[in-house]
Design a protein around this ligand. Structure first.
Ligand code: URP
Ligand code: ZN
Ligand code: ZN
Ligand code: ZN
Length: 473
């Protein structure tokens, strides 16, 4: 009997704290040795010249969510997890969205059923609370938060999801009692409505005006309000998809007051700008970049980099929310053509998140390899209760590993990706550094751009309390 099922030999291991030369020995899906030499394995992978990184954990991914009448999200759990695996990820965290008028529990059961037997890599759900009825606040939400779903997202905008201030306070209070973490989509509903109606009256309806309708003030105001509510209730929150300096200032201010406010940002805020929504002469192709908050400008990108370098941001997620572009069930519904207001919000990005941050961050010397690992894997596991099972390379962890070629140059193109969308916002974007193999719980699930694992290998995970994994790096 060999001692190990798999040995990854000769690579450079990187964790959130260290970079060192080591072999990694794997048995029964777990890491059982990290040592100078690991010998006696049934299979060996030569990792010389490669980085051996904890598999990416993407804690902000939308899959199979209902998105309005006639609109279909471009990924189901099979394609989303295949795409994630090809991009060097070993775990994604999608949302189980409560639709108004429905039981939260029933919604969670629906998503778990959709994921069952479909996933190439592990998934762990957050909840989305859109209808905090007395039943949800009193029974369903506390019960779910106790049973392995220890975080949920709330929205301060969108007609069918927005919570008012009283509702925010009520759900924050449940989170405080249950030790859960609340993810907040911080953009102010009324301000967006006001701006949208004014733009429409002026006939400014092209996709570009989506960005004009939600300026940074709108995000800053809602961020401040969410932080104030969280302080009142005394609950930790995570401000997701932060787009620029104004919201960052609020987060810094909150932390200077000792508040537990985490923050996330995404690839779109370091690589895209509102000009991308202008497309060719304001044509509909600007819809390919419609997401919320919208990408801003070069100064905002610089501010976000500062936040990534200085530790304002804990996590770097994709906010993958894919719609097909050239499709009446996607970005170009008849209503979407009539006004930006109806273009479904969101862009695909689960497969390109890691190469973009590696190339723009590590290859350029802006961030260290350790910080890259913290931002893309370790902190997600720690904050959302997957640590010490996922998020590092050490004895006892799941053997979730991305083998990374730091020198490989690639150009991102739709034709090499595995998502269900028919475009990528990063078409033609050149990167240095690329995932060449993804190993999930000891099995090779993607190799050189091919998904080789089986549907149904990935499991839906239960989680411990957020932050149980200790300090975020
Ligand atoms: O535009 C976006 N980000 N759509 C996805 C949903 C969300 O708000 O995260
Ligand atoms: Zn959001
Ligand atoms: Zn934090
Ligand atoms: Zn999102």
């Amino acid at each position: 009997m060999p001692d190990y099922d798999l040995a990854i030999r000769g690579g450079t291991v990187a964790t959130a704290s260290d970079v060192f030369r080591a072999d990694v020995g794997i048995r029964a899906g777990r890491i059982v040795a990290v040592a100078d030499r690991v010998e006696g394995a049934a299979r060996e992978i030569d990792a010389s010249g490669l980085l051996v990184l904890p598999g990416g954990i993407d804690s902000h991914v939308h899959v199979s969510q209902p998105s309005g009448p006639g609109i279909v999200m471009a990924d189901d759990f099979a394609s989303a997890t295949a795409s994630a695996a090809a991009g060097g990820n070993t775990c994604i965290m999608p949302f189980a969205l409560q639709q108004r008028g429905m039981s939260l529990r029933a919604c969670v059961d629906d998503y778990v059923r959709l994921a069952d037997g479909a996933c190439h890599i592990d998934v762990a759900f957050h909840l989305i609370v859109s209808d905090p009825t007395p039943e949800v606040l009193g029974q369903e939400l506390p019960a779910l938060l106790k049973s392995g779903y220890s975080s949920f997202k709330v929205f301060m905008t969108y007609d069918d999801l927005v919570l008012n201030d009283r509702q925010l306070l009520d759900v924050f209070d449940v989170a405080r009692r249950e030790g859960a973490l609340v993810m907040v989509h911080a953009e102010g509903y009324d301000a967006i409505r006001f701006m949208t109606e004014r733009l429409e009256r002026e006939g400014r309806t092209a996709p570009y005006y989506h960005a004009v309708s939600r300026p940074e003030i709108v995000e800053r105001e809602a961020t401040h309000r969410a932080i104030s509510h969280a302080e009142l209730v005394d609950v930790p929150i995570m401000i997701v998809h932060v787009s620029g300096k104004e919201a960052m200032e609020q987060i810094r201010w909150a932390r200077s007051r000792g508040l537990k406010v985490h923050a996330e940002t995404c690839p779109q805020y370091i690589t895209l700008t509102a000009d991308d929504l202008q497309a060719v002469d304001m044509d509909m192709s600007g819809a390919k970049y419609v997401c919320s908050p919208p990408p801003r400008d070069a100064a905002s990108q610089a501010a976000i980099w500062e936040g990534l370098e200085q530790g304002v941001f804990d996590t770097f997620s994709s906010d993958h929310c894919p719609f097909r572009f050239d499709d009446p069930a996607g970005k170009l519904t008849p209503k979407g053509r009539s006004s930006f207001r109806w273009v479904p919000n969101g862009i695909p990005g689960v497969e390109t998140r890691l190469p973009i941050l590696f190339s723009e961050g590590v290859s350029t010397g802006r961030i260290s390899l350790q910080r890259f690992v913290a931002l893309t894997s370790t902190n997600h596991a720690r904050i959302y209760g997957l640590y010490p099972r996922k998020g590092s390379i050490a004895v006892g962890f799941d053997a979730d590993i991305a083998l990374w070629d730091p020198n490989r140059r690639e150009t991102i193109r739709q034709e090499i990706l595995h998502h269900g969308a028919d475009y990528t916002p990063w078409e033609g974007f050149a990167v240095t550094g690329w995932p060449v193999m993804t190993v999930a719980r000891g099995e090779v699930v993607a190799e050189n751009g091919r998904v080789v694992g089986q549907k149904g290998f990935g499991r839906a995970l239960e989680r411990t309390a957020p932050g149980a994994g200790g300090t975020v790096l």
